[in-house]
Ligand binder design. Structure first.
Ligand SMILES: Cc1ncc(COP(=O)(O)O)c(C=O)c1O
Length: 360
């Protein structure tokens, strides 16, 4: 039996994709081999790669002036790769700190140049909001402004991007990329690890505006230099072939669901059901300002934290798993990525209501 999986990542996959990957595991399209056994330069894998690129460009409406790169290293490696690629002419950038992930990005960039904290959203309650543009103190002529548009741990999502004029916006969208349409032209760089909405761990998607390919520091490792990676169509070194194949299957699945506008409507409905349940009770609590509540990651707390273990074990007994909050904040967290069905959220809120009735 498969469970309802609320993991923050690696996370639930569309069952259809898992079945197709299983069917094709030993013999992909009569090639007589598994995708993981193919040369990345052969015709079979090239067709998988090109289709994945094409489908992703289509889904997100990525303009021709942007390159899509498939890298390795995940979101955290990008925290070093980005400054190494963008600090060549101006070794300074501004960071809007909205939670743990943007804080990590700021700390890492300091190794390569001046990383200025332009704003910090922390309150006495911890991270609960996105500081408005009026609070951002941008430095003079930074190479870019960094923002984490969905803070996975705190459940904070940025819905309104400020107009930064000529300054490129670099966004860590690891945990909500492909959960809704996004206007790619508002970003200089949009990136994310795959292990939430895109597929399996191992591939990092980087969407970068072409004019930003020319600003790397000379110390940037060649395998991570976007210009080189782009010139070699992500094949400068061996790319994470199986992860790209799975991402390609997920892109096709998303198209079958009706694309990003359709998946957004489903995500809105799922998140509303859970937030409404939390808000209707004083037994459960979510601290994030309403307009910044993430649709993908919903942290919630029991008013009486001594019941946390009972809540989690009762949930697990019903097949509702991986609900424990991140260790730095405690409580619970339900991640509602694209592959988590409405049925999973319905089962979760039923359980929450019952648990409350039993213990309130
Ligand atoms: C928003 C965000 N950025 C970065 C990371 C780090 O990603 P990785 O573990 O792939 O390096 C995560 C991981 O959960 C994340 O949620």
């Amino acid at each position: 039996m498969r469970v309802f999986n609320f993991s923050a990542g690696p996370a639930a996959m569309p069952e259809e994709v898992l079945r197709q990957a299983a069917d094709e595991m030993l013999n992909w399209h009569d090639s007589g081999m598994s995708v993981m056994e193919m040369s990345h330069r052969g015709q079979a894998f090239s067709s998988i790669h090109e289709e994945a690129l094409h489908d992703l460009r289509d889904l997100l409406d990525v303009p021709a002036s942007y390159r899509i790169l498939f890298l390795q290293g995940g979101g955290l490696a990008e925290n070093a790769i980005i400054p190494m690629n963008l600090f060549g002419t101006k070794p300074r950038a501004d960071f809007v700190v909205t939670g743990s992930w943007s804080q990590k990005s700021l700390n890492e960039a300091r190794k390569y140049g001046v990383a200025h904290q332009a704003a910090n959203g922390a309150t006495a309650e911890g991270f609960t909001r996105v500081p408005p543009r009026s609070e951002w103190q941008l430095s003079e002529d930074p190479a870019y402004v960094h923002l984490c548009t969905n803070e996975t741990i705190h459940g904070i999502e940025t819905f309104d991007l400020p107009d930064l004029g000529e300054i490129p916006l670099v966004a860590d969208a690891s945990s909500h990329l492909l959960s809704r349409p996004m206007d790619v032209t508002r970003y200089g760089v949009l990136f994310g690890g795959a292990q939430k909405n895109i597929g399996i761990a191992g591939v990092t998607v980087v969407i970068v505006r072409e004019d930003l390919l020319e600003q790397a520091l000379s110390i940037c490792p060649t395998a991570f230099e976007w210009k080189t990676v782009a010139a070699n169509n992500s094949m400068y070194n061996t790319p994470p072939t199986y992860a790209i194949y799975i991402a390609g299957l997920v892109f096709k699945w998303l198209k079958k669901q009706g694309g990003l506008a359709a998946i957004e409507a489903r995500n809105v409905a799922k998140a509303k059901l859970l937030y409404d349940t939390i808000d209707a009770s004083s037994f459960y609590l979510n601290k994030v300002e309403r307009h910044a509540r993430s649709r993908m990651n919903v942290p919630f707390f029991l008013a009486d934290a001594t019941r946390n273990e009972a809540f989690l074990s009762g949930a697990e007994a019903r097949g509702l798993v991986q609900l424990k909050g991140h260790k730095s904040v405690g409580g619970m967290r339900a991640s509602l990525y694209n592959a988590v069905p409405l049925d999973a959220v319905t089962a979760l809120v039923e359980y929450m209501n019952e648990f409350e009735q039993r213990h309130a």
